[in-house]
Design a protein around this ligand. Structure first.
Ligand code: PBG
Ligand code: ZN
Length: 326
């Protein structure tokens, strides 16, 4: 045995992914779409485009070129209002972008949409807040989320992905979709979304303008605590029972144990994970200093998530990963 084999870099990276059993079709490429203009923060947030046909299409072509066919759309509207009502408008940023992509690429692509209100309302919370201004009203929010999800389905989404961590969001969405002839549209909730500062780069671009000066929003009353294992499994089981088609866990690197534990408890049920903005930013920042090798770190990260049991991986580095694969 000669374990010290010498690889060319690309082959080395490819071998890591191969050994972990990773396949290109497990990648999901996020596309963050800004309505109108780009905002600063792009340096730490790769994958952001402006609301212009060419830029959106280019992102999809870039993915298809390297064998990625699943795209997850996050919308960043130009204007917020108190109720976040632009999240469910037929002319909303996600709805319009979904239709454009579907018209251009047809069934070659799988379109997944992020369903939430925090990019659209004035509080920046993932739901309808009460008069105190920081408590989220669960049931009115799930009602709103289901209407947003329906509008995404009507625009052509294949999978809707509620990210607000409200109780009952999956069953409410499932029911409204089924009642409107969209029983084929899948639901992929962010089931175990930890309350985490690792979303900071995403928030820095999503929560600009109105929320400037308020980069930290405490979502710990509905996002889950990093210290609790059993709660994570409970959230997953509830979502599966409510009719989720895929469950999701995020962030990734500090929760590999949970991915494994959940995998061992739910058999073959599909699990997605997201390597979130802060995780990517840490790797990129260190690599820019030449302190670590970006490609190797990203690849090892993906391989570790795959080993732990992830089926689908949402990552801002999707293009890079696909490029390392045959
Ligand atoms: C908002 C949302 C967030 C992310 C995805 N959807 C941030 C938050 O919960 O405040 C994080 C994405 C990332 O950091 O890559 N519902
Ligand atoms: Zn949200």
């Amino acid at each position: 045995m000669r374990p010290g084999r010498i690889y060319q870099n690309k082959q080395f990276l490819e071998s890591i992914l191969n050994e972990a059993g990773f396949k290109k079709n497990q990648l999901i490429m996020p596309i963050i779409i800004h309505e109108k203009r780009r905002v600063k923060g792009d340096g730490m947030m790769p994958g952001a485009v402006s609301d212009c046909k060419n830029e959106i299409f280019q992102a999809v072509y870039d993915g298809l070129d390297v064998g990625i066919d699943s795209f997850m759309l996050f919308g960043i509207p130009m204007i917020r209002n108190s109720k976040g009502s632009r999240a469910l408008m037929n002319q909303g940023i996600v709805q319009r972008s979904t239709r454009k992509i579907r018209d251009e690429f047809g069934s070659r692509v799988q379109i997944i949409t992020d369903v939430c209100v925090c990019q659209y309302n004035e509080s920046g919370h993932c739901g309808i807040t009460n008069y105190v201004g920081n408590q989220v009203e669960n049931d009115p929010t799930t009602h709103l989320l289901s209407k947003i999800a329906l509008s995404h389905a009507q625009s052509g989404a294949d999978i809707v992905s509620p990210s607000s961590m409200m109780d009952g969001q999956v069953s409410r969405i499932r029911k409204l979709l089924n009642g409107n002839g969209f029983s084929k549209v899948k639901v992929m909730p962010f089931s175990v979304k930890h309350s985490s500062n690792l979303y900071a780069p995403f928030r820095a671009i999503a929560f600009n303008s109105k929320l400037r000066g308020k980069p930290y929003i405490d979502k710990s009353t509905y996002q889950i605590s990093f210290s609790n294992r059993r709660e994570a499994l409970r959230e997953i089981v509830v979502d599966i029972n409510e009719g989720a088609d895929i469950v999701m866990i995020k962030p990734t690197l500090t929760y590999l144990d949970l991915i494994l534990m959940i995998r061992e408890n739910i058999g073959d049920f599909p699990i997605a994970i997201q390597l979130v903005s802060g995780e990517t930013a840490m790797i990129k920042a260190a690599a820019q200093q030449k302190w670590i090798d970006e490609s190797e770190w990203i690849v090892q990260t993906i391989a570790s998530a795959k080993r732990a049991g992830a089926d689908k991986i949402i990552t801002y580095a999707a293009l890079d990963i696909a490029n390392f694969m045959a």
